[in-house]
Design a protein around this ligand. Sequence first.
Ligand code: GSH
Length: 202
Amino acid sequence: MKLYDGGRAPNPRRVRIYLAEKNIEVPTEPVDIGALAQRSPEFTALNPMQRTPVLVLDDGAVIAESIAICRYFEELFPTPPLFGTGALERAQIEMWQRRVELGLLSSIAAVFRHLHPAMVEMEVPQVPEWGEANKPKVLDFLGLLDRHLADREYLAGSFSVADITGLVAFDFLKPAKLAVPDEFVHVKRWHGTLKARPSAAA
Ligand SMILES: N[C@@H](CCC(=O)N[C@@H](CS)C(=O)NCC(=O)O)C(=O)O
């Protein structure tokens, strides 16, 4: 088994945090996405989407997409449960995972990818207007999250993969040069709680 890891980028980090929470060790191979190694013929043969992370099993089977990789390990090692237990909690974790992935992480990624000079070769074409258009979307979502977190510690039930996506998205605000307004105290408290977990160092 081998995990092709894209370093400091947010999606590979989601999987590393998940694995750290589960105490699962997987041999990794770094993919230098800054040098566009994900576009090499070898990597493209593994993942035609040319994105990291990618998990390759001993029999050569390939799993891409961060959450698909996490789900694979969840089936093998259900404890501690990070996708929830019971029908309702599972559904609510799924709901928040998707909301945070689509509503926050994707918008922050759009700001970063379309405005940061370092992304000029990776994001073709870079459309600065789209980066700018996503800034208020990020703020709106952070506001929604703040209201949701006012009376709960985690996004849905106990600590879960939804919080992992949220943590990674939050930490991606800095490279995207976005700030969290001071009034979002609940989001900040939630982030502080997640950041204090040892897995956040992954
Ligand atoms: N939906 C995918 C997204 C993967 C993704 O966008 N990975 C980024 C790193 S965060 C990447 O490899 N980017 C390379 C590129 O855009 O060329 C997932 O959840 O794993």
